[in-house]
Design a protein around this ligand. Sequence first.
Ligand code: PTJ
Length: 259
Amino acid sequence: MTEIPKNHPRYESLIAREKIVSGVNRGLTSQQGLTAQGRGEAFDYLIGEKTIASAEHAETAAACLLLLAENPVISVNGNAAALVPKELVELAELTGSKLEVNLFHRTPERVKKIVDELKKYDASCVLGENAEPLLNLDHERAKVERDGIFAADVVFVPLEDGDRCKALTEMEKLVITVDLNPLSRTAQTAHVSIVDNLTRAISNMIQMIPELVLLSKNELWEVIEQYDNKMVLADALEEMKEHLTEKQNELLGIDPTPK
Ligand code: PTJ
């Protein structure tokens, strides 16, 4: 790994990049995962590399859904395994969710490596190696485990492909995603779309859970009933517009405060 000085202004972003490169080198992350991360970085720049209020609202709704679910599953791909393996195991523990390795560019070797990686962080059980083609998609992308994603009522699929996200919603599952691109088909198809960096989103959810578990089921449902995914996506676009205007003003030396 390249040494990144802690005081580098882009420290977090550079560390994430190093983790993805290490994921590719260790055979966890696909090469396509590198370009996906690059696209994510670009959108993160546009929202100011911070958790915006609407994303925090989506993270709360997502945590409530996982806590209310009968059979929640957290899907893990090569990028998530490289960026937040420990946190995914912790989130699964806190919400009683199963973990399932579910890859877009699937190979049995990569599934096994990701299962082993999650087990290093004490995951008790990780599904994915016995996946069957059960989704309504062409063969490899259709593979999920019968006792995992196939049987789940709530599926958390960070950085998912649009087609597979749609296939899951068509199976009447409630789908949560994390995607920095509010225009992606995944973000627009999922029920709860968290427009935040995966690295921030999962940590935020972990921090919220001790307070949320004190709420009654009715109170958790109230959070979900008040949630509107279209408004959350529209807000992310608005934040991007405002952030760009702010940067444009800074560049041109324009004082935005009205006289
Ligand atoms: O490991 P595999 O084989 O399952 O493949 C995983 C990738 C991510 C390569 C695959 O699912 C893929 O090609 O995804 P896409 O279609 O590139 O979509 C990834 C989406 O996630 C894009 O909209 C990115 O903007 C977004 N994204 C990338 N990195 C992050 C992110 N969103 C949040 N946090 C990130 N770190």
